[in-house]
Design a protein around this ligand. Structure first.
Ligand code: FCB
Length: 428
């Protein structure tokens, strides 16, 4: 059967500043990398800061009509309160280059890293953090809003809170539930303040009315034992908590977490589109009475021991293409446009990447056919990059990078993706 994507579909790739630009030395990650707290240093990365024109030309050749990038806040405000003119000019050139090539820029304002001065003031735990961030958001709109229409204030807010403050894997390497809750509270507040200030702030007439969304990490949660009611309940709770709590607050002002009541209520109506970052499935097993993870959300089962598990990538993530269909259908409830803001595979085997793209796009097309309002698909990532705590060994790019020479090589998976973009069709 042949499926058709909508005519004005946004097709492209996603990336983030710290993972590709190089020498982002004014942020918290850089500092921790230098201190030896992470497995690898980002260093010059893909030197995209200087090579962006070349990279966007490649995106154009690959048929992309959209590109998700992030602004490196730490470059733009190296010390608190003083904007860096040449850096703003740099990002104006970046988005103009995209737009001149016919590629729609989709701009994330915060993709995990933060300016050092902001981190030193307590980062997302500081009670003023939302206000400080919203001021940056308005400035970005003033500077880039003539060209940029689509905005995402914060990438994967809860991943940031959990990995940095609960699991201790990312800066600032905390393992503290109270801090995690505080960060969650400030992130929802930062998102909603940024939305309101960008939307209702009076800016010059040439600035486009911003369309503002979230980029939400979503997982396909399944019960570990298919017939266990307890596992079903734990898996369902995980879905509500991880996949929906931030979205439900920002869209409906719905309460999920009583301790951040006011922030959730105030966030109502602060999303114009929902971005979904989908990578994998997890099997959830109810655990009683003292679960290792957060009670009562159950434990994640070891994939190796699960009979239904599909192939596992270099990241240890299960390849489960149908999960994209499941999460998309699950988010239809908000009746807002959906955008796949990330989906991709870390692998050295590019033929596996081709299959991955094909199968995920097939399930996405089925969701569209069944009525989901999906407006775009952005593959993670345009090129290989610095995969946070995992460093450079994980290869997510449609374009391969030879790090010693910085040579870019288009992979055949990128050519396959281009063929789908060109025809707007996919067959099973
Ligand atoms: C997402 C991040 C992105 C990248 C991919 C693999 O969670 O947003 O920066 O690391 O995972």
């Amino acid at each position: 059967m042949t499926y058709e994507f909508p005519k004005d579909f946004l097709w492209g790739a996603a990336a983030s500043s710290h993972q590709i630009e190089g020498y982002n030395k004014w942020n918290d990650w850089w500092k921790c990398e230098e201190a030896g707290l992470l497995s690898e240093r980002s260093g010059r990365a893909c030197a995209h800061y200087g090579l962006y024109k070349n990279d966007f030309q490649l995106a154009k050749e690959l048929g992309h009509n959209a590109h998700r990038l992030s602004l490196e806040w730490s470059r733009l405000e190296k010390t608190e309160g003083s904007w860096d003119g040449p850096e703003w000019q740099h990002y104006r050139d970046v988005v103009k280059t995209l737009s001149d090539l016919g590629i729609e820029p989709i701009v994330t304002l915060n993709h995990f890293t933060m300016p050092l001065w902001f981190a030193e003031k307590g980062g997302w735990k500081n009670k003023d953090a939302p206000r400080i961030f919203a001021r940056f958001a308005v400035k970005a709109l003033e500077e880039l809003g003539e060209i940029v229409k689509y905005w995402i204030p914060i990438n994967e807010p809860y991943i940031l809170a959990f990995l940095g403050h609960l699991y201790g894997k990312w800066p600032p390497f905390e393992k503290d539930l109270a801090s995690t809750l505080l960060v969650m509270r400030n992130l929802i507040k930062a998102h909603s303040l940024a939305y309101k200030d960008m939307r209702y702030h009076r800016i010059s007439g040439t600035v486009k009315r911003p369309i503002i969304g979230i980029a939400h990490a979503v997982t396909a949660f399944h019960p570990c034992r298919a017939r266990s009611i307890a596992d079903m309940a734990a898996s369902h709770l995980r879905n509500s908590f991880y996949n929906h709590s931030f979205a439900a607050s920002a869209i409906k002002g719905r309460l999920l977490l009583p301790f951040i009541r006011n922030e959730q209520l105030a966030a109502k109506g602060t999303v114009d589109f929902v971005g979904l970052n989908y990578y994998f499935r997890q099997f959830i097993r109810y655990s009683h009475p003292f679960p290792k993870k957060i009670y009562p959300l159950g434990d994640v089962c070891d994939l190796k021991h699960h009979k239904d598990s599909g192939p596992i990538t270099d990241m240890g993530w299960e390849i489960y293409p149908k999960g994209l269909y499941e999460v998309v259908r699950n988010f239809d409830r908000y009746k807002l446009p959906l955008m796949i803001t990330e989906n991709g595979i870390g692998t050295l085997d590019d033929s596996l990447r081709t299959t991955y793209i094909k199968e995920h796009l097939l399930w996405l097309a089925r969701a569209v056919q069944d009525g989901s309002n999906v407006i775009g698909y952005l593959h993670w990532s345009l090129m290989d990059n610095y995969e946070w705590a995992d460093g450079y060994s994980k290869r997510f790019g449609l374009v391969g990078i030879d790090y010693p020479t910085l040579k870019r090589t288009i992979r055949s998976s990128a050519e396959y993706y281009r063929s789908v973009i060109r025809s707007g069709l996919i067959q099973d």
